[in-house]
Each structure stands twice: as C-alpha cells, then as structure tokens.
Design a binder for this molecule. Structure first.
Ligand code: DGJ
Length: 750
C-alpha cells in the first residue's frame, strides 16, 4: 500500500521506497501539508510539523487563537487573502465579486491505478503500478467543489497531481486561476534550474538561488515555447549531477503555463504550477466541471542525474504514446535541409534511393508537397498534393518510395493557414483574430481557431485522406508561429478567456482522432524545432524535433539541456551538412553523428551530394547504429560533463541491466598541451568487469582499450588525454581538432 490514511490524526501519508508526501486536515478543515522529501516511517505521528507563531501583523483564522494563521501554514491548495498573503493556487470569482473560498475537507477515496484525464494528456499507470488519492474539498458559500488528485508510483519517485473544479452551486463562477499543483517547502535554501532559450537555442540551462519574492518562468504564446520549457528543478547548493537532493516539476501541457516559486518573509518557498492565469478565465456554469492539466513532482537524493532518470522512466513508460516508448525508431532521412522547397519527384526519389543504399529506413518529405506551397507565403491549410510538382500525387510517390523498401512520411502544419490558400479564401473567419483589430502574421501565416469543432473536422478529413492514400507510416506535425489576438467569433464575450485552453484541447483532439484512425502512425512533434517540446505532446508524439539548429556543437547545449527532463527516445536529432546552415560551422561527420546518436537518429541533407568515401562511412555507421540505437534511446542516460560548465561534454547510455553501454565524449575547442584527463563512469556496477572499446572515426572497427572493473571505471575512468600534446607532425594516429568527438562502447564480460 503506498497511500495510508490515519483517520484519528486526519493525516494522509503517500510513500514508496523513494519519498514520503504527508498531508493533513487543518483545524479549519482546509488541507495542509506536513512533509515532502525522502521516505520516512509510516508509523510515526508527524503533526508536530504543523507550526504556528504569534507574529505581529499576522491575521489569524480563529478569534482568540494567535497560533493558527494560513500565512504560516503549508497548504495543499491555497487561496489568497484568507490570512494567507502568498500567491494562491486558484482564484474563483463569484457573482457578487468575492474571490475568497473556504475549501474544507469533505471526503477522500483511494484507488489502485490512475484514472485518465478527459481530453488531456496524462501519465498512465496500471492497477499494480500506482495508487491514486482523491480528496474532495468544498466551499459551502459558492457550492464549488475541488477534487485534488495525487498518484504515487510504486517504483518511481514521482507524484502526479491535478485538480478538478465542479460547480455544485446555482451561479456561474469565473475561474481566473486554476493551478495544477502547489507545493509549500519549509525553507528557501534552493537553487532554481530553468531551461531557457529562443528559436534554434532551446533549453539552455540557467540556475539561480531563490531569493525573497518571485522566481518564475512561463509562456503566454499559446504553446509551451522555445523561450521557457515547462520544467524546473530545485536543488540544494551542494547537489551535484550524481549526489544530493533535487526536486523536479514538470507540467504535462502544451499551452500557456506558469511555474513560480515564491519565497516569503519567513523564508519558506511556495511552488505553483499550472495554466498561466494571464488571459485565462473559464466560465463554470452550475453542474459543469473543469479539469486542470497534470503536473508531476519528482524527487531524488541521487542528484540531477537521478532526477532526470526518474523523469525519463516516467515519460518513456507511462506517458509516451504506446507502444513507441520502448520501440525501435526508424532511421530517417528528411529532405528539408537537403532541398528546402526546391524539389522534384525525381530529386526526391534520388535521395530516397541513396537513403536505402546507405541503410536508412524512412523517407520523410517535409514542407512543400501540397496546395500551392512552393514558398512560405502560400498553401498552408490546403492539404492535398500539388500534382504540378508530384504528378502522381502522394499516393504515387509513396508507392515508389515503398518499392525501394523504405517507409514513407510527410510534413503537415495542421493548425495554420496562409492567406493565400483555398482554406482562407473560403473561411476567413476560421483564424484566431480579435474583431476590429488586425491579425498579426508569423512566417506569413495565421493560426486556425481550434476551439471550433468544424475547423478541426475540416482539417481532420483532409489529413485522414492523405494519410490513407499515401499509406503514411509517419507524419511530422509542425507549428511555426505563436498565437496572437486570441479571440474566437464562435464564443460569446464572457468565454473569450477560454480560447487559449480550448485551442490546445483542439490540438490534442485532432492528434487523438488521427491516432485512433491510424494506430500505427508515428507522429513526430515539431514547432519551428523545439517550440512545443513538452510532456503534453508525448502521448501523441513519442519523438519531437528538438531544434531547427542542427549544428553539432549547438546541439550539445540543446540536447544536454533537454535531457534534464526528457528521455533520449523523444529527442529528434539529425546529421546535417557541413558547413551547417544555421551557424555556418564546419564540423567533422563523426562529431555530427556522435551527437545525433543521442537522439532519434536521422540524416537531413542532400544525400546525392555525398562523396563515395563518405557514403561508405555512413553505410558502416548505419550498421553500428542499428546495433546500438535501442540501448541508447531506451537505456539509462547519464550526463557526465556539461557544456554549460566547460569546453567538454560527455554523455553515457547504459542498458538497464548495466551490461552494455555507449559513452560519447565531445570537446568544443582543441587545447594545446593540455592536462591529463580522465572520465570517471559512475553508472557502472562495482563488481562487474567491463571491456571498453573505442569506435573508429570511419566506423570500420571498435578498438579495444582495456578491461577494467566497474569500481575502477567509477573511480578512475577512461583516459582522455591528448596523445599529441600539440606536436601533431610527430603523431601518426587520429589527430584531435576543434569540434572533436570520441565514442566508446562498454560491454560486461560474462
Ligand atoms: C520548421 C521545422 O522546424 C523545420 O524542420 C521544417 O519542417 C520547416 N518548418 C518547414 O517549413
């Protein structure tokens, strides 16, 4: 049993081998929190952790009692203004303008497994894998009921949370804030880690200590965004990648979000996570419900790698679309950086034939195959083949690609249209725009109003036909601009605050309908690269294009940052041409491959331009990748060195039994006559013996380096010193350069 209720104490204790989360019913009936942290015994009474103090300027709940103030209480779903002056988890406005709620405990239910969230992405669990506690709270004045839901996994240091609002009163209530999670922590001695960026520079790690006041990240762009990812970590100052306490908070949602930590005057911390309240208001009529998206709390005492590995496990096995979580991902070639819009059927077939010869498995035709789409300004929304370019349509091209022995996939951008499209000409009112104001464009395109069912139905029917006619195995679902002037003419004025959320629910609905019709379809998410790289997309898109920046060195930062929350199996990574198209950097083919290997691997360049020698290398590389890809994508990933801290990066992936693995080592700039260097491998079993080999740059062999015990490799590691010490003319082996990579394999000796 992971969830215990001690009726005589009014205490709930959620626990497994990793953590304890203890809640209690407060003297005023509200739900309070006693503890969140490492697992502690269930047979002790923890109510002494509920502290109060008679502090001047405090307001107290009960007349004559100067101990109990919500200002000094750790609460589970706090409401601002009821003796608590910190930011609340919800704000609900009643017809008389009041926004105070008195949320009192009514009842609770404990069940095995985890119920699904209607219309929303959420983690899954079988009856044996998790237990769920639902606690019903009610405000007697308004009739509002809120059910707080907590799922604890048996094996994982994870708690999933969300809230459901039900209007049991007689008046419409206006929900202006409805967060998914509040977590009050007793101190503020935390470092905040956030994953920040812009287009082509996604998820760079920044950290800062919490200080009094607010620390927050969020998006108001209608998608989770390139700017801030819906994931934060809190660590102690001494926490490392391998040791120490870390808390992670991930929001399973793809629209506007806010994650905020508030440090108050008494140095406690309140973490809040949910839909961004900016531009959010939901009219909850009598009898109606509103379900918040899910937020996940993770906890580790094994540092940031321990936290990441737990999130990877959760996302791979309990969130990503089944059965793709653990399935082999096809090695793909995508024509975008190879041809952009400039292609003919002959050119595409040439690339496809070459891809087959090299050992790739899936050909993806990117933007430009439909409507009048030969450039950015036209065609979006007209999802039928352009037969001027592809004379036999998508079905004809698909047959030819399949005849080569490849799978076939296509690019779509379902949520958008250009003004120069039949869709817009026929339905100009189908875009999001505010009456009387001009609609801003982004990349010459406009956002369709997915809060309207007829819009989704129209796009569904067009996509369904192409997927069926083309027998598609894969689609890349792109989304290339943020939302603006968000307003739907299909809804009355008092529901305009619902449109952002309704839009993203529409996006989820379209994904789900397509997957219901084509259960085998692999959808790769994308939003100008990684603008919607979030857990909310994973139940539909088990892999997501990580960034439009395909330069291997930029990718070291982007993929490293992404790995804090997301497993390798969802990180889309391709080898592109050198010099690179985004930063014009020249990098060796081996480095580009060694970086892309830590992702769902593919090529994105004009394969017809490669020399015969390069093709021979790639052929060998594909054989190697096919042997190792499952282990890398689904194994345990460990960060060994960080690009955010120095010139070198190292990553490792081990299978879950710790019997084989791959280590990638990357050095950004060459250094002359540098220090002797060792790379300890802390993820091995002490008692086992391992054979270490180095993969040759042309993938022709794996050269044995030696055999060592796990303990030795953990304490000492692989030697990485530069054997030339800068005197390259005297050295006959592989010369170190800028943008240099090495790959090692590890195999347990039986
Ligand atoms: C943005 C994506 O991130 C690219 O990979 C490519 O698909 C283009 N859109 C096509 O317009």
């Amino acid at each position: 049993m992971a969830i215990h209720f001690f009726e005589n104490q009014g205490v709930f204790h959620l626990t497994n081998a990793h953590l304890s989360y203890i809640l209690h019913i407060l003297p005023n009936g509200h739900l309070g929190q006693l503890y969140f942290g490492s697992a502690i015994p269930i047979d002790e009474d923890y109510r002494y952790l509920f502290e109060g103090a008679p502090r001047p300027m405090t307001t107290y709940v009960f007349e004559g009692d100067t101990q109990f103030s919500l200002e000094h209480t750790r609460e589970e779903y706090p409401v601002y203004g009821h003796s608590d002056y910190r930011s609340g988890a919800c704000r609900v406005v009643q017809p008389n303008g009041a926004s105070i709620l008195n949320l009192e405990y009514v009842s609770h239910m404990i069940q095995h497994g985890k119920p699904a969230l209607p219309g929303l992405p959420a983690c899954r669990a079988t009856q044996a894998e998790a237990q769920t506690l639902e606690i019903l709270l009610k405000d007697q004045v308004s009739g509002l009921k809120i059910t707080l839901s907590y799922t604890i996994y048996e094996e994982l240091p994870m708690i999933c949370r969300h809230a459901e609002f039900k209007n049991d009163g007689v008046n419409t209530l206006r929900l202006q804030k409805a967060f998914s999670l509040a977590l009050d922590l007793p101190d503020d001695n935390w470092l905040w880690h956030e994953f920040v960026g812009a287009w082509s520079r996604e998820r760079h790690l920044f950290k800062r200590p919490l200080t009094p006041g607010m620390t927050a990240i969020g998006s108001t762009r209608g998608h989770s965004s390139h700017q801030f990812n819906p994931f934060v970590c809190l660590t102690r100052s001494h926490t490392t990648e391998h040791t120490g306490q870390a808390i992670g908070c991930s929001f399973v949602y793809s629209g506007n979000f806010l994650i905020q930590a508030e440090v108050d005057a008494y140095h406690t911390t309140r973490l809040l996570c949910g839909i961004h309240p900016e531009n959010f208001e939901w009219a909850l009529r009598p009898g109606e419900s509103f379900v918040t998206p899910e937020a996940v709390l993770g906890y580790s005492t094994q540092g940031l790698n321990g936290l990441s590995q737990a999130f990877h496990n959760l996302m791979r096995n309990h969130l990503s679309r089944e059965p793709w979580g653990e399935m082999v991902r096809p090695l793909l070639v995508n024509n975008w950086e190879g041809t952009y819009f400039d292609f003919t059927e002959e050119k595409l077939l040439g690339i496809a034939q070459k891809a087959k010869d090299l050992g790739l498995e899936l050909f993806v035709l990117d933007d430009g195959w439909f409507g009048e789409r030969t450039h950015e300004k036209a065609g979006l929304g007209d999802w039928w083949p352009n037969t001027k370019r592809l004379k036999n349509g998508i079905a004809g091209l698909s047959q030819k690609i399949r005849a080569l022995g490849l799978k076939f996939g296509l690019w779509f951008e379902p949520e958008m249209c250009n003004q120069d499209s039949d869709l817009y000409r026929n339905h100009p009112d189908w875009i999001l725009q505010t009456p009387g104001y001009s609609a801003s464009h982004g990349r010459h395109q406009y956002v369709l109003d997915f809060s309207r069912q007829e819009v989704i139905d129209y796009i569904y029917q067009l996509m369904e036909q192409v997927i069926r006619d083309g027998e598609l195995d894969y689609i890349k679902w792109d989304m290339n601009r943020s939302l603006s002037e968000v307003y739907s003419t299909a809804y009355p004025p008092h529901q305009q605050g619902e449109i952002f959320h309704r839009h993203i629910l529409g996006v989820y609905q379209l994904h789900q309908r397509l997957l219901d019709s084509f259960p085998q379809l692999l959808i790769e998410g994308c939003s100008s690269g990684g603008g919607r790289f979030d857990p909310g997309m994973l139940p539909y898109c088990p892999q997501i294009w990580t960034s439009d920046d395909t330069d291997a060195i930029e990718r070291l930062f982007i993929q490293h940052g992404t790995s804090y929350a997301y497993p390798i199996s969802c990180i889309g990574a391709h080898v592109s041409v050198s010099p690179n198209h985004q930063v014009l950097r020249h990098t060796p083919l081996f480095t580009r491959a060694a970086v892309a290997l830590f992702g769902t691997f593919g090529y994105e360049l004009d394969l017809m331009q490669l020399s015969d020698d390069t093709c021979q290398i790639i052929k060998r590389e594909m054989i190697w990748v096919k042997i190792w890809r499952c282990m890398i994508q689904h194994g345990q990933f460990t960060r060994l060195r960080s690009p955010f801290e120095g010139n070198d990066v190292a990553w490792a992936a081990m299978d879950l039994t710790k019997s084989k693995g791959v280590v990638g080592y990357y050095r950004i700039l060459n250094r002359i006559n540098d220090r002797f260097d060792r790379l300890p491998l802390p993820m091995l079993n002490d008692m086992e013996k391992y054979r270490i080999c180095e993969v040759a740059e042309d993938f022709s062999e794996e050269r044995p380096i030696g055999q060592y015990s796990g303990k030795t490799l953990k304490e000492i590691g692989i030697l990485l010193s530069d054997p030339t010490a800068g005197e390259i003319s005297k050295y006959a082996g592989r010369l170190p350069t800028d943008f240099y990579a090495r790959l090692f394999t590890i195999e347990k000796i039986a």
